[in-house]
Design a binder for this molecule. Sequence first.
Ligand code: HEC
Length: 164
Amino acid sequence: MKGLRLFVILTLLGGPLVVGMLFTYEVIKVDWVSMMENQPSYRPMEDPLPVPADSVPYMADYVKYVGVPDNPVPADEVSLQRGEALYQIHCSVCHGPKGQGDGVMAQHGLHPANLTTSALDDKGMFLFITNGTPNMPPMRENLTVRDRWDVINYIRSLQAQAGQ
Ligand code: HEC
């Protein structure tokens, strides 16, 4: 009788535990309703979600060969004003006030490019400004992504002024 009582107690206590374990370790797999999974998501090594069409990445760092999006910032009045202010602060010392490559630094042995005759497209310019060269400092720490597109829009307006 004692043995039977022990068996019944163990079964009552242990049974639910064992059944619980079967679910916990997915021996019996049930698709529980989970709100977290009812959304677009991706796991590591899966294709990331597409970037929303009009988004402007902030402080993202574009690395060579990884790819740069098309210029997402329209060259409106606000962008050109921001671009001009940023250009005068960060670029004119080398590239000159109108982008002709005749900034103060040109008198000190540096040969800044004439930006009004640059053949680079927006993406190429973006990478150039982001990464710099041995003679030109990388601007990724001085200019946010948005800032860089504004400066590029402004350079385009300098090119138009110079009759390109
Ligand atoms: C310290 C001087 C210096 C500053 C500041 C500087 N640049 Fe330059 N930049 C250069 C030099 C020098 C070159 C020529 C390439 C070389 O010698 O590496 C160049 C080349 C470029 C080119 C490539 C043009 C082409 O068609 O080859 C672009 C675009 C450019 N700079 C944009 C900018 C912008 C925009 C800024 C400001 C955010 C800026 N640079 C600030 C020195 C500078």
